[in-house]
Design a binder for this molecule. Structure first.
Ligand code: 5GP
Ligand code: ZN
Length: 114
């Protein structure tokens, strides 16, 4: 369920501090430490999944819930409403996919583009 060496598992457990955006029994969301947009937070499943590749059909509802929640949380964090505002979701997967932390996470970015 959890990986003792995983930085995001430690954030979920409160062992590493973070600025929490949202939490329920399955999902945790927190601000990215190096934001690349006016709104930039990460949504993670509480269960340790290294990437989207390891996600199983049994986790389809969880992944779907994360996608549905993302624009709601973005708006709570200051994202302007669709269609003028809106947000960008990104799931980096694997080294060439730009993934640096091996715990599945959805980047949610919003706010005026530079
Ligand atoms: P990736 O490149 O794996 O898709 O993105 C990892 C993200 O995690 C990066 O945007 C990075 O800034 C963020 N990150 C890495 N370590 C920490 C941390 O300790 N706390 C927080 N809040 N974000 C982190
Ligand atoms: Zn983890």
């Amino acid at each position: 369920m959890h990986d003792a060496d995983c930085i995001f598992c430690k954030i979920i457990a409160g062992q590493i501090p973070s600025r929490k955006v949202y939490e329920d029994e399955e999902i945790f969301a927190f601000h990215d430490i190096h934001p690349s947009a006016p709104v930039h937070f990460l949504m993670v499943p509480k269960v340790h999944l290294p990437s989207l590749v390891q996600a199983q059909p049994a986790q389809a509802a969880l992944l779907g819930r994360m996608l549905l929640l993302a624009p709601q949380l973005a708006q709570e964090q200051g994202c302007a409403p669709y269609p003028e505002g809106g947000c960008r979701l990104m799931i980096n997967t694997g080294t060439q996919g730009g993934q640096e932390v091996d715990h599945l996470h959805v980047h949610v970015l919003a706010g005026p583009r530079p």
